[in-house]
Design a protein around this ligand. Structure first.
Ligand code: GLU
Length: 417
C-alpha cells in the first residue's frame, strides 16, 4: 500500500484496537475512544491580494476532553483532510496522557498552501478561522498551538482575534506565542529537545552513549532542524538530512553550524556544499544508529520497513510509521520511540506556557528545560515499563499507558446520559 492510500485515522484506530485488546479495555470505553467527541468544519472566505475572494476549508476536532481542555496544534497544508485532523486529535489525547499533562486531545487544520499565501492573506485566513471556531476554543475548552505551516506569528493572530472577541486578555487561549505575548522560554525548541531526551534514553536502553552515535533526520522544519541542532550539540554525528526539496549526506558528519546558516539563507538543505546529494527515500534506510522521521505521516511502511537499518527510530513527526510496519521493525529489533512519546516535548512546554499564563508568573529557561527533562524521562520510563509488562512493542506500550490513564479518569466521571 502506498503511503497516500493509508488513512491516518484508520492507522490510529488500528493501533488503538491492538492496545485495547491487549489491555482488556472495557467495550464501552473502546467505542468512545474510536470516534472523536466533536468535529467542526468551517468555510472561510478570504479576500486575496489580487482582489478576488477565495473560500478555504478549515477543521477543528476534539477527540477527548476527559482529562482537561482539548490541546493540539493547527496545521496549514494542502494535504489536510478531516481524517488527518481526527487522527492527530486522537494522537494528542494519547500524547497528553503519556506525558501526564492535564489536557485532552484536539487538532485543527486548514487546507491551504502556506508558502503561497502572503502575510496579509495568512493573517486574514487565520482570523476568520478563529472567529468561526470561537465557540469551542478557550483556555478551559480547547487550546490551539502551532503545527506544520503555522508559527509564533500565527499564534499571535489567534490570541488577538480571540481576545478582541471576548474583550479581555486571555493569553492562555493559545500556546507557542511570541515571548512578548506570554510565550514560554524554550517552547520553540521544545519538540526537538524532547526528541533529544528520548533519543538519549533509548540509547541508554541499548547500553550505548548518545555521543558519537550516527543520526539521519527526515524533515527540516521546526522539529527536524531543532532536533538536528540539539543532537549535534549533545555529541551525536548527523550524517544525513532531508526536506521537501531533497536530501544530503556526509558519512563523516555534516557541519551543522554551516548547514543551519545555509538553510536560513536558501530555505532548503539541498545545495549544501559540505555534503553530497542523496535520494530522499534512501535516507530512511541509511545505516545509522538513530533515525528521526520529522516530516509527515506514513513514511515508513511495510515496503521499506524491512530495509530500515537504524537501531533506533525516534518519531519526531506525528504518525510517520504505518501500522503494518510496526511488527516488521519489532521483528528486526529496531527500537521505536513512538510519536506520542518522542514528539511530546512540544505539548509539554505548551502546558508549561499555559500554566505560566494562568499564574501570571514566568519561569527561567533553565527551569523550563529541567522540568521538560523530568516529564519526558518519567514518560519514557513509564512507556517502557508498560511495554515490558505487556510484552509488546513500545507504540502499543505507549497506547496502553495512555488509554489506562484516560480510562481511569473516565470511570470516575462516568457517562452523562
Ligand atoms: N502540534 C504539536 C504536536 O503535534 C504541538 C501541540 C501543542 O503544543 O499543543 O504535538
Amino acid at each position: 500500500m502506498s503511503n497516500a492510500q493509508i488513512n491516518p485515522y484508520e492507522a490510529m484506530q488500528a493501533s488503538l484496537r491492538v492496545a485495547s485488546e491487549l489491555y482488556g479495555l472495557d467495550d464501552a470505553l473502546f467505542k468512545v475512544f474510536m470516534a472523536p467527541t466533536r468535529s467542526m468544519i468551517v468555510s472561510l472566505p478570504v479576500l486575496m491580494d489580487n482582489g478576488q475572494w477565495e473560500v478555504f476549508t478549515g477543521y477543528r476536532v476534539q477527540h477527548n476532553l476527559t482529562r482537561g481542555p482539548a490541546k493540539g496544534g493547527i496545521r496549514y497544508d494542502m494535504n489536510v483532510t478531516l481524517d488527518e485532523v481526527k487522527a492527530m486529535a486522537a494522537w494528542m489525547t494519547w500524547k497528553t496522557a503519556v506525558v501526564d499533562v492535564p489536557f485532552g486531545g484536539g487538532k485543527g487544520g486548514i487546507v491551504c498552501d502556506p508558502n503561497r499565501l502572503s502575510m496579509g492573506e495568512k493573517e486574514r485566513l487565520t482570523r476568520r478561522y478563529i472567529a468561526e471556531i470561537m465557540d469551542i476554543i478557550g483556555p478551559d475548552r480547547d487550546v490551539p498551538a502551532q503545527d506544520m505551516g503555522t508559527d509564533a506569528q500565527t499564534m499571535a493572530w489567534v490570541l488577538d482575534t480571540y481576545n478582541m472577541h471576548v474583550r479581555r486578555t486571555e493569553n492562555a487561549v493559545v500556546t507557542g506565542k511570541p515571548l512578548s505575548l506570554g510565550g514560554s522560554l524554550g517552547r520553540n525548541e521544545a519538540t526537538g529537545r524532547g526528541v533529544l531526551i528520548t533519543a538519549r534514553e533509548a540509547m541508554q536502553r541499548l547500553g550505548k552513549p548518545l555521543a558519537g552515535a550516527t543520526v539521519a533526520v527526515q524533515g527540516f522544519g521546526n522539529v527536524g532542524s531543532q532536533a538536528t541542532r540539539l543532537l549535534h550539540e549533545a555529541g551525536a554525528r548527523i550524517i544525513a538530512v532531508s526536506d521537501s526539496k531533497g536530501a544530503i549526506k556526509n558519512d563523516r558528519g555534516l557541519d551543522i553550524h554551516a548547514l543551519l546558516k545555509h538553510v536560513s539563507e536558501t530555505k532548503t538543505v539541498t545545495g549544501f556544499k559540505g555534503a553530497e546529494a542523496m535520494d530522499p527515500s534512501a535516507l530512511l534506510t541509511h545505516p545509522v544508529d538513530i533515525l528521526v522521521p520529522a516530516a509527515t505521516e506514513n513514511q515508513i511502511t511495510e515496503d521499506n520497513a524491512p530495509k530500515v537499518r537504524a537501531k533506533i527510530i525516534v518519531e519526531g513527526a506525528n504518525g510517520p510509521t504505518a501500522p503494518a510496519a510496526d511488527p516488521i521493525l519489532q521483528e528486526n529489533g529496531v527500537l521505536v520511540v513512538p510519536d506520542i512519546l518522542a514528539n511530546a516535548g512540544g505539548v509539554t512546554v505548551s502546558y508549561f506556557e499555559w500554566v505560566q499564563n494562568r499564574q501570571g508568573f514566568y519561569w527561567r529557561e533553565r527551569e523550563v528545560n529541567e522540568r521538560l527533562v523530568d516529564y519526558m524521562t518519567h514518560a519514557f520510563q513509564a512507556t517502557f515499563a508498560t511495554t515490558d509488562k505487556y510484552k509488546t512493542n513500545p507504540r502499543i506500550g505507549a497506547y496502553i499507558l495512555a488509554l489506562d490513564r484516560v480510562a481511569q479518569a473516565m470511570k470516575y466521571r462516568g457517562f452523562y446520559a
